[in-house]
Write a protein that binds this ligand. Structure first.
Ligand code: NAG
Ligand code: NAG
Length: 441
């Protein structure tokens, strides 16, 4: 099963929770089915390790009298779990039901009767119609990792059949029923402890889950759970922190998550909802790391553009540029001056950024000579959807305001540069941002 169909929905619910998540993951019963398959493999393995202690005793068998018996070297040779299902238990966890299971066991038998007569052989035991029903609670541990525990467990066996090999058949047919009962009890009492063992083994695997992932050289994301999973009739909702941090430096941003919820559409295995908090914490991290800056050179301008990033193009708007720096290529530095603000509406994410655009002429000896600095106020929106595990968006430029901050040449009309800078923003900066920051795998 692949996690093919992620879904984003960003509806806000005005209610206060103690710790609000940045990300919600909704696991539907289709996702649970996947968990069931994993769990069954662990349980099957565990049942195979059941150890049955030697059983001995004596029974009075008519007409011989007292027969002493001993069953030893018993080991499970096969476990079959053909039927199982897992259901959600609202408010607590899941219930696992295993039906029609069977266990095969092999062992040795020995008897002694009439004081001196001894006999021995081996036997096979088939336990049929084993049913196991167990409730498993799912919580968050103190580190934000999932922790599971068995709440209750009932196991029952509908029939056992012993086949003896060797020895006198008339004899063991007489006491088969005693042995059946002892073995049935010995096995039945061990099934639930085995299941509990399997569940706690699962736990030690869960304890090693990572809850922080490094995203790149600047950022890591903390996706530990902020509260225990919420189990409802149809899904398990995991509330994850979903907060970006600078690598190795956990500085909290000056904002905190607000409550949000996912839609109740449940046709896929897994739903994933990211809040604006998560996106803003990423913006905060990249901005503080100084990573929200981009040098733009002529080779990055789309080939179809009539405008080239050189002093001739700019000379058309600012004649002094062409006069002082004839025939030179230029370079632009676009950078944020404060943390961009990201807002989410259903299927629409908007980024508002305040920054500067610095234009340089590239001198023949590669030194950059500054020409002017512009203030940039921009807002772009993207219709968010998910394509191949990656957020994608059809980006539209809502706003781009440019004002002159500093000029190293003569004053000029900034408005005249609008078209060119729109090409730069749409053709270079936005695709770059889309490629580097709007990803989430
Ligand atoms: C997205 O939201 C922004 C800000 O509210 C708005 O200006 C823009 O028109 C919206 N775009 C779409 C496609 O709904
Ligand atoms: C490059 O050339 C400019 C202008 O001719 C000069 O001012 C600058 O010092 C030179 N830089 C280097 C590193 O040679």
């Amino acid at each position: 099963m692949s996690l093919c169909c992620w879904f984003i929905l960003l509806a806000f619910i005005p209610e206060a929770l103690s710790t609000d998540p940045g990300v919600i993951v909704k696991l539907t019963d289709k996702g649970l089915e996947y968990g069931r398959q994993l769990g069954m493999a662990v349980i099957q393995k565990q049942l195979l390790t059941i150890k049955v202690a030697d059983i001995s005793g004596s029974e009075s068998v008519s007409p011989i009298g007292s027969v002493e018996y001993r069953l030893s070297n018993m080991h499970i040779v096969d476990v079959g779990l053909p039927k199982s299902e897992v259901d959600l238990v609202p408010g607590s966890g899941v219930r696992l039901f295993i039906g029609n299971a069977f266990i095969s066991l092999h062992g040795d038998w020995k008897v002694k009767y009439l004081k001196i007569i001894k006999d021995s052989g081996s036997f096979d035991l088939n336990v049929n119609g084993l049913t196991i029903s167990t409730s498993i609670a799912i919580k968050s541990d103190e580190t934000g990792r999932p922790a599971v525990s068995t709440v209750d467990c009932v196991a029952s066996i509908s029939s056992v059949r012993v086949i003896f090999h060797g020895g006198a058949s008339w004899l063991y047919n007489l006491f088969t029923s005693f042995i059946d009962r002892s073995l049935r009890n010995a096995i039945q009492t061990q099934v639930c402890p085995s299941v509990a063992n399997a569940v706690s083994q699962l736990n030690s695997q869960l304890k090693t889950l990572n809850v922080v992932a490094q995203v790149d050289q600047y950022a890591e994301i903390d996706y530990s759970m902020v509260s225990s999973p919420m189990v409802s009739q149809s899904s398990i909702d995991l509330s994850l922190k979903g907060e970006f941090y600078n690598v190795g430096k956990h500085q909290e941003p000056p904002f905190s998550p607000t409550p949000f919820s996912l839609s109740s559409q449940l046709s896929n295995m897994l739903y994933f909802g990211m809040s604006a908090f998560t996106a803003n914490s990423a913006a905060f991290v990249y901005n503080s790391a100084g990573a929200l800056s981009l040098y733009i050179t002529d080779d990055m301008i789309p080939h179809t553009s009539l405008f080239r990033l050189n002093t001739m193009t700019f000379g058309a708007f600012i004649p002094q540029v062409a006069k002082l720096f004839p025939g030179l290529l230029m370079k632009l530095l676009v950078q944020t001056v404060k943390t961009p603000v990201i807002t989410f509406e259903p299927n629409n994410a908007t980024i508002q950024a305040t920054g500067t655009v610095t234009a340089y002429a590239i001198l023949p000896n590669t030194t950059l000579s500054p020409l002017f600095v512009l203030n940039l106020e921009t807002s772009v929106s993207t219709k968010v959807f998910v394509r191949e595990m990656r957020l994608a968006g059809a980006v539209t430029l809502n706003k781009m305001d440019l004002t002159l901050r500093t000029s190293y040449v003569r004053e000029f009309q900034v408005k005249s540069l609008d078209n060119f800078l729109q090409v730069v923003l749409k053709g270079v900066v936005i695709p770059k941002v889309n490629g580097e920051f709007l990803y989430f795998t």
